[in-house]
Design a protein around this ligand. Structure first.
Ligand SMILES: Nc1nc2c(ncn2[C@@H]2O[C@H](COP(=O)(O)OP(=O)(O)OP(=O)(O)O)[C@@H](O)[C@H]2O)c(=O)[nH]1
Ligand SMILES: [Mg+2]
Length: 340
């Protein structure tokens, strides 16, 4: 998981550390005084005069010019690993604020680059609300609707989510709102049987909005806490399919509209999320197949681009393979959380 980006970030830190150290050594040889700090008082202790003189040969200040040079390499790494351009720009902005004009001590360059990168990436991630708490807090039934393009992992994610809710003692009902794809209703029913959760269905080709309506009514009548409605995979570019989705939403009045996208598809998934949000509105995201995503760029981009949080990451094909999205976990997976 995220191996490609993780390794590239590590080697970037190492390479730039060596380069900055080299600049320092050259300055020392030439007897050049490094420039004084221009901005941000952060992390600077007050020093005595002797300490200050000795620190001059051990510290340097990263100029904008030098920063641009080292960022060129990082920019390429981020873009190659599916990070959206607007997110690359935001990371750059955060890094400039953190690094340019700040005195850097010899021996602490690696740590500083690591910390700044961690803070910058953390700055583009969004922590989601606690869904379990939100469901418990709601009076009556909490309705979740799931949508996305074909094969993204919608039905599997619904089963994983229902499994998670069941473990939290939250009662569930599933709505077979994909009345289009062959065997989709049976697929959901199998999950329902395994998880011992009722599934509301109609015939194939019936109106999915009617299934969604029935599911909500069934849940309300039977005091079921959460209803999760499946829908057919649809291309976000097809106007009639988007209109149908808008009708399902109008009729079922969901509390949460979740877009499911595949982490591995990179900028495609980010674009899909954005377009779905613009056409029908999304409240949050589940990114599936993160277990086979070496790049992680979608995970870093999708929330910043849409302004909507990732609630869960799909990390496999089993029921328990649904991870709560936490910033610190992502930073750990990218190995930026270590104290080095
Ligand atoms: N490795 C991995 N595979 C997943 C994950 N989530 C789903 N899958 C697999 O992706 C395939 C498609 O999953 P579905 O849940 O049927 O996808 P869908 O979006 O409902 O598909 P349609 O109903 O055809 O639009 C299945 O083989 C799943 O096992 C995941 O997080 N990791
Ligand atoms: Mg499905």
């Amino acid at each position: 998981m995220f191996k490609s980006l993780k390794n590239k970030l590590k080697s970037w830190i190492k390479k730039e550390e060596e380069e900055i150290e080299e600049t320092l050594d050259r300055k020392k040889e030439l007897g050049e005084k490094p420039k004084e700090k221009k901005k941000k008082e952060k992390n600077v202790e007050k020093k005595g005069i002797f300490e200050r003189i000795s620190s001059k040969i051990k510290t340097t200040t990263l100029t904008q010019e030098k920063f641009d040079e080292i960022f060129d390499n990082l920019e390429l790494i981020l873009l190659e690993n599916n990070v959206a351009l607007s997110v690359v720009d935001k990371i750059k902005e955060n890094l400039i604020e953190d690094l340019v004009g700040i005195p850097v001590k010899k021996g602490e360059i690696e740590k500083m680059l690591n910390e700044s990168l961690k803070d910058s990436i953390s700055g583009v991630l969004k922590e989601p609300p606690n869904l379990i708490e939100e469901i418990k807090k709601k009076e009556g039934t909490y309705v979740i609707i799931i949508f996305g393009i074909n094969g993204a992992g919608k039905t599997t994610s619904i089963a994983k989510l229902a499994h998670k809710l069941k473990k939290e003692k939250i009662s569930c009902v599933l709505g077979a709102g994909d009345t289009f794809r062959a065997a989709s209703i049976e697929q959901l029913e199998i999950h329902g049987e395994k998880l011992k959760i009722p599934v509301i269905k109609q015939d194939y080709n019936s109106d999915p909005a009617a299934v969604a309506f029935d599911t909500r009514k069934f849940a309300e009548k039977n005091k079921i806490k959460c209803a999760i409605i499946d829908t057919a995979g649809r291309m976000y570019t097809k106007e009639n399919l988007i209109k149908q989705m808008a009708k399902i939403i109008r009729i079922s009045q969901p509390d949460l509209k979740i877009f499911v996208g595949e982490s591995i598809t990179g900028n495609d998934a980010t674009e899909q999320a954005k377009t779905f949000d613009e056409s029908i509105g999304i409240d949050g995201i589940i990114l599936t197949k993160a277990d086979v995503d070496e790049k992680a760029g979608t995970i870093l981009s999708v929330s910043h681009v849409t302004g909507k949080p990732i609630y869960f990451l799909g990390t496999g094909q089993n029921y328990q393979d649904l991870e709560d999205f936490k910033k610190e976990d992502i930073l750990k997976k990218l190995d930026l959380d270590s104290e080095n």
